[in-house]
Design a protein around this ligand. Structure first.
Ligand SMILES: NC(=O)c1ccc[n+]([C@@H]2O[C@H](COP(=O)([O-])OP(=O)(O)OC[C@H]3O[C@@H](n4cnc5c(N)ncnc54)[C@H](OP(=O)(O)O)[C@@H]3O)[C@@H](O)[C@H]2O)c1
Length: 329
């Protein structure tokens, strides 16, 4: 099969379309003809050599895909060749064929194209897990979503609004309209405003119940300031830095802060199966009726993967960057 390969770790220029042996599905896996995949920061980090591939995962980039079942293994009840399928992968999305455990696979809602479906799994499952499982977000609560126009941010705004929460975001100013269209009550320009002061103002001094943070060290103190008592910070990334120089544990105790840090890719398969199945039952009808929507920044042919990686690393995208798989060369 053909796949996008990392010829040499480093800049996007080293991504190239080449040949790779086909994956061999286990009896409980589906073999899928991939029609589309989408970018994640993990791909750009892995391309640079900064993200080790988890044991047993494909070394090919790509944490999600949408396509058609080519073969369903003997233990894949409920699936048949020809079914439209999408889902989370531990790797291997940037390829003409991939495999997925049948219980992690989700049927593509009729309303979504392959390109739209490929924009869903990683960011929506991450946001669902962060808001509901880790953040325990409740109706009537407030959430602060940093990087509101990121892939995960755009999913989180929609899911939090659907859960009956009020959403505030931080993002660069040109991306504010998108965040508001998705349901955020207010967008804060983190470059020109002190977000903790703005949160205080916007919430009448109360603060927020749940924070999804991707920025890390530079936001740590301000996140604590922005929380209500019993608030939850879900740490998903460290785009701005990983080491916090000084932390007052008293400040955390005073607000009874819950700090949970997570990575989805390293989770056990059983966890991802439970997450995918709960998410599918909850969200697929909402995609079908248009209440939730994949937010796509651009769709590229896969031989333009270099350009797509550049755009992500330049922080230019608002929503997902999708690769149409197949064709070219
Ligand atoms: N832990 C997990 O389970 C998990 C799962 C999925 C993704 N992630 C992580 O979550 C993050 C978001 O992923 P994504 O795919 O949604 O990203 P994305 O679409 O590439 O968006 C990232 C956005 O973050 C903002 N940003 C970047 N650096 C920043 C900084 N230093 N300070 C403030 N804002 C900054 C930029 O938007 P502005 O224009 O607003 O600055 C940028 O466009 C990534 O780091 C990814 O690795 C974690």
């Amino acid at each position: 099969m053909r796949a996008i390969l990392v010829e040499k770790e480093g800049d996007p220029e080293h991504l190239t379309l080449g040949e790779h042996p086909d994956p061999t599905p286990a009896p409980d896996e589906l073999l899928v003809d991939v029609h589309a995949t989408a970018l994640n920061r993990a791909d750009t980090m892995q391309r640079r050599g900064n993200y080790p591939v988890p044991e047993g995962a494909s070394a090919i980039l790509g944490l999600e895909m949408a396509g058609v079942v080519a073969e369903a293994g003997a233990e894949c009840a409920g699936w048949a060749a020809g079914d439209r399928v999408f889902g989370l992968l531990a790797g291997g999305g940037y390829a003409e064929r991939t495999t997925i455990h049948h219980e992690e696979a989700m049927p593509i809602p009729e309303a979504l194209s392959f390109e739209e479906a490929a924009a869903v799994p990683e960011v929506f499952l991450t946001a669902y897990q962060a808001l509901h499982w880790l953040g325990e977000l409740k109706r009537g609560e407030r959430a602060l979503v940093h990087a509101g126009a990121s892939g995960v941010g755009t999913a989180a705004i929609q899911l939090a609004v659907e859960a009956g929460a009020e959403v505030l975001v931080t993002a660069s100013a040109p991306k504010h309209d998108l965040c508001r269209e998705l349901g955020a009550r207010a967008a804060i320009d983190y470059r020109s405003e002190d977000f903790a002061a703005r949160v205080k103002e916007l919430t009448g001094g109360a603060g927020v119940d749940v924070i999804l943070d991707f920025i890390g060290a530079p936001y740590f103190q301000k996140n604590i300031q922005s929380l209500r008592t019993d608030g939850r910070v879900i740490q998903l990334a460290t785009l701005g830095g990983a080491t916090v120089e000084e932390v007052s544990l008293r400040a955390l105790m005073a607000k009874r802060v819950h700090l949970k840090a997570t990575t989805l890719r390293s989770r056990a398969q059983g966890y991802k199966v439970r997450l995918s199945q709960e998410f599918a039952a909850y969200a697929l009808p909402l995609f079908e009726e248009g209440t939730l929507r994949p937010v796509t920044d651009r769709v590229y042919d896969w031989d333009d993967a270099v350009e797509a990686h550049r755009r992500m690393e330049a922080n230019e995208n608002a929503g997902k960057l999708v690769l149409r798989v197949g064709g070219g060369m």
